[in-house]
Ligand binder design. Sequence first.
Ligand SMILES: C[S@@+](CC[C@H](N)C(=O)[O-])C[C@H]1O[C@@H](n2cnc3c(N)ncnc32)[C@H](O)[C@@H]1O
Length: 277
Amino acid sequence: MVSAVILESQLKEIKKIVKKNIDVNIDHFETNFLSRRIERRMRIMGLKSSSKYVSFLDEDPLESLELNASLSINVTEFFRNREVWDVFQQKIIPKIIKLSNNYEKIRIWSAGCATGNEPYSLAMGLSNALKTKEKQFVIIATDMNPTSIEIAKTGKYESEVLKNIPNSLMSKFLEKIDDDLYKFNDGLKKFIHFQVGDVDSFNINQVDVIVCRNLLIYYSNDAKDLLFKKFHKTLKDGGFLVLGMAERIPSLMEKFFESVELRQKIYQKVSAESIIA
Ligand SMILES: C[S@@+](CC[C@H](N)C(=O)[O-])C[C@H]1O[C@@H](n2cnc3c(N)ncnc32)[C@H](O)[C@@H]1O
């Protein structure tokens, strides 16, 4: 039994049906989290038994979409955990500039970017830091939730959501378009490429920084190990990885990442050669 109502065999069946119906892999989610979300969908749909839910899921492809959407917890904020952004701005950006080749753009991957607050925060910080230099950058921002990516692409946010952005950045990067509504200007938006994508299967390489915050908390341990192997491969040698405050490198992968800012969960890739040497 994986929960009071859902059997392990049913959980397997549910994963198979979602893959078949909408071609989405929900295998990486931690079992308890997945079971709680399924139970919530059962309550919403008024289904009293898990076997009824499995049949319903199989017959109605829309339910696979609903279940998948309910797995995407998209809580986010601009400059979430302020101290992380202060350290990133003051200590990490100068290191990234040093790391990068003069002729290439700095490449940043915001993995699990939700409604875009994280990549816009990154873009404001980098744009400010690089203003006097000839250096260019690009942020590739991905999330598995298509609705979140649509919101992010508009670049429009209500003033309540923008409350963490300092006035100096507000006046530089945002335009008021209605009483309570602002929009990031095109000058900033051009640095970010939004794309729907599952972090496990999205392919990108030679990245200077991966920011993957508050996504791994829902991952099973096995799926986490695989993802950190992928992050290691995706980063340039010496590239940086920024995790959420409650997240850490799995013990199996610790030798591949050195902690550079312990409290703020910022790590640097150790190259595979120096591990073998
Ligand atoms: C809690 S939000 C965090 C957003 C942002 N990184 C932050 O820290 O404010 C987690 C996001 O990760 C996304 N997510 C979860 N699993 C994912 C996966 N396998 N691939 C891509 N995105 C995923 C969810 O859709 C959600 O938008």
